[in-house]
Design a protein around this ligand. Structure first.
Ligand SMILES: Cc1cc2nc3c(=O)[nH]c(=O)nc-3n(C[C@H](O)[C@H](O)[C@H](O)COP(=O)(O)OP(=O)(O)OC[C@H]3O[C@@H](n4cnc5c(N)ncnc54)[C@H](O)[C@@H]3O)c2cc1C
Length: 476
C-alpha cells in the first residue's frame, strides 16, 4: 500500500479501524470510515448515569507504546492528546482461601509479594517473568508484528530465530501445563492461567505460547488514561480527524463490491461508493456472510470454534470499598470446572471467576463522593440459544453471595442502580457472530493459523483489521 494516493473505504470505526485510517491518511490516501453506529469506538464506549461514568468495553490497558507509535508517526506528541497514569498497584487478586495478592507495577515488589504469600520461590517467579518476555521476543516478529500468512515473513532473521527456538515458547503444551511446570502452588498457577480470559480462551486447551499475554501486564505494565478508556478512543479519533480522515456515522455497509476478483468499493443503503481499497474492521465472519455472500468463504477459518464471551454488571455503588483496587480479580476455586461448564455446557456454573473494575479509584470524577462505579465481569459462553434473562438472574444471585463471602458484607443494599450486558448486547452493539468478543478461539495448538489474515487471499484490494479477524497488531 505504498503507491500514490488511493481512495480507501474502511468498514467500522472501532479502535482498529481508526488506527488503520490514521496510518493510511499519513501515507497520503483519502480515507473514509463508514460506521453503523452513530458514534466511533465500537466496543470502546462509555455510559454516564446519575453522576457516574462507566467504561463499557475494555478496562485493562497495557502496551501504550502501540498507541504512542501512531502519534509519533504523525509527528505529534501523545501527551497533548491524552494523559496516561500507571497505578502503583493496579490489580488485587483474591483467592478462594482468603489470600489476597497485590500485583505491584514494580517487578521486585511483585516478585516478593508472590513469593512471600505463596509456596513459589522468588527464583521461580523471576524465571517465569523472564520466560514470558522471551516468548514475546521470539514470537513478536512471527505473528504479532507480521502476518502469519505471508511466506516471506518466515524467512527474516528474527522469524527464523523464533522458529529455531520454538521449543522455548511452549507451542505443543497448554497454558495450564506450562504454568504447572513453572509453579508448584496451585494459586500461582491459577493466577497465570487467568490470563487466558484476556483472549476469551480456555487455559486448559490454549497453547502455552499464549502465556505471552501476561508479559504485557507484568513486564509492560498496566495503565489508565485520565478520563478512563474512553480517552484512548477520543485521542485517536481527534488525531484521525486532524489528518483528514472522513467519518460517516449511522452508515451500515451492506455489500463489498467485487469485480474481477478485486474489491472496488462498498454499498450503503443501496448506494455504491467506489474505492481503490476496502478494509473491513467488522467481524470477519459477518464480512463474508453478510457483505460478500456470493464469494468463496475461507471455510476453515469461519467454521473454527469461537471464543467465549462475558456478562458484565454495571453497578452504581453508594459506598467506597478501600480493600479494592482499580482492577480486582476474584479467582475461581475450581477453574477447570469453570471452563468445562463454559465450553461443554455453554453455561456459567458455580465456580466462576469474576473481575471488578473501579475506574473511580484513579479518576475521581467517575462517581460521586463516597461512591464507586463497579464494572463486574463474569466469563460467559458465547451465544448458543441459552435463556440469557434467566442466566443473568442466576449469576447475579451467585455473584452477590460470592461477594458477601469475599468482602465480609452484603453489597446488594449498596447498589443504587444497575445495567447488565450479556453476549446478546455485544453481538447487537458491534455486529459480531455468536457474541464472541474475541472472534475465533485459540483453543488448539495451531489456532493462530485459523484466524483470518489481514488481507484476502482471493480478493485483491480487500484487507482486514481488528480483534475479530487478525492477530497482527500492525497493518500488513
Ligand atoms: C466487555 C468487553 C471487555 C473487554 N475488555 C478488554 C480489556 O480489558 N482489554 C483489552 O485490551 N481488550 C478488551 N476487550 C476487547 C476489545 O474491546 C476489542 O478487542 C477491541 O475494542 C476491538 O476493536 P476493533 O476495532 O477490532 O473492533 P470493534 O470495536 O468491534 O469495531 C468494529 C466496528 O465495526 C462496526 N461495524 C460492524 N458491522 C458494520 C457494518 N456492516 N457497517 C459499518 N460498520 C460496521 C461496529 O459498529 C464497530 O464500531 C473487551 C471487549 C469487551 C466487549
Amino acid at each position: 500500500m505504498k503507491d500514490a494516493s488511493k481512495r480507501i473505504s474502511i468498514i467500522g470505526a472501532g479502535i482498529a479501524g481508526i488506527a488503520a485510517a490514521i496510518r493510511l491518511a499519513l501515507q497520503g490516501h483519502q480515507v473514509t470510515v463508514y460506521e453503523a453506529n452513530d458514534y466511533p469506538g465500537g466496543k470502546v464506549f462509555e455510559w454516564e448515569f446519575e453522576g457516574y461514568r462507566f467504561d463499557m468495553g475494555p478496562t485493562v490497558f497495557t502496551m501504550p507504546a502501540y498507541l504512542e507509535e501512531l502519534f509519533d508517526l504523525a509527528g505529534k506528541n501523545m501527551g497533548d492528546y491524552i494523559e496516561i497514569l500507571q497505578p502503583e498497584v493496579p490489580f488485587h487478586y483474591f483467592f478462594g482461601d482468603g489470600l489476597v495478592l497485590h500485583f505491584y507495577s514494580d517487578l521486585e515488589k511483585l516478585i516478593t509479594e508472590i513469593a512471600t504469600k505463596t509456596n513459589d520461590s522468588p527464583e521461580a517467579i523471576k524465571a517465569y517473568f523472564k520466560n514470558v518476555e522471551t516468548k514475546f521476543e521470539l514470537t513478536k516478529n512471527v505473528f504479532l508484528h507480521n502476518s502469519l500468512n505471508i511466506l516471506s515473513n518466515y524467512l527474516t532473521k528474527d522469524a527464523l530465530r523464533g522458529m529455531l527456538r520454538i521449543g522455548e515458547v511452549d507451542v505443543f503444551t497448554s497454558m495450564d501445563k506450562s504454568n504447572r511446570v513453572a509453579f508448584r502452588d496451585q494459586r500461582t498457577v491459577d493466577l497465570f492461567n487467568s490470563f487466558a480470559s484476556y483472549l476469551g480462551s480456555n487455559p486448559y486447551k490454549a497453547p502455552g505460547v499464549l502465556n505471552v499475554i501476561s508479559h504485557f501486564q507484568i513486564n509492560g505494565g498496566v495503565y489508565l488514561p485520565v478520563g478512563g478508556m474512553q480517552s484512548i478512543l477520543n485521542a485517536l479519533y481527534t488525531l484521525a480527524c486532524e489528518l483528514g480522515v472522513t467519518f460517516q456515522f449511522g452508515q451500515k455497509v451492506e455489500r463489498i463490491l467485487v469485480q474481477d476478483k478485486k474489491a472496488c468499493g462498498i454499498s450503503v443503503q443501496g448506494q455504491d461508493f467506489p474505492s481503490d481499497l476496502v478494509i473491513s474492521n467488522m467481524d470477519v465472519y459477518f464480512t463474508y456472510k453478510h457483505l460478500m455472500p456470493d464469494q468463496v468463504e475461507p471455510k476453515k477459518v469461519l467454521d473454527h470454534p469461537k471464543s467465549h464471551s462475558v456478562m458484565v454488571f454495571h453497578w452504581g455503588m453508594k459506598k467506597s470499598f478501600p480493600q479494592l483496587a482499580l482492577h480486582n480479580m476474584f479467582l475461581s476455586s475450581d477453574m477447570s470446572d469453570e471452563y468445562n461448564t463454559i465450553y461443554k455446557n455453554a453455561d456459567i456454573g458455580d465456580h466462576f471467576t469474576y473481575y471488578i473494575n473501579i475506574s473511580k479509584k484513579i479518576n475521581e470524577g467517575d462517581a460521586p463522593d463516597g461512591c464507586e462505579n463497579w464494572y463486574v465481569l463474569v466469563n460467559a459462553p458465547n451465544l448458543q440459544g441459552q435463556d440469557w434473562d434467566a442466566m443473568q438472574q442466576k449469576v447475579r444471585k451467585k455473584l452477590l453471595a460470592k461477594l458477601a463471602l469475599a468482602l465480609g458484607e452484603d453489597v446488594e443494599p449498596c447498589i443504587q442502580f444497575e445495567r447488565i450486558r450479556d453476549p446478546r448486547d455485544h453481538a447487537r452493539q458491534t455486529n459480531i457472530a455468536f457474541g464472541a468478543i474475541y472472534g475465533n478461539s485459540f483453543d488448539q495448538t495451531f489456532s493462530a493459523f485459523l484466524r483470518h489474515s489481514n488481507f484476502s487471499k482471493r480478493i485483491e484490494n480487500l484487507y482486514f483489521c481488528g480483534g475479530l479477524s487478525t492477530l497482527e497488531v500492525v497493518s500488513h
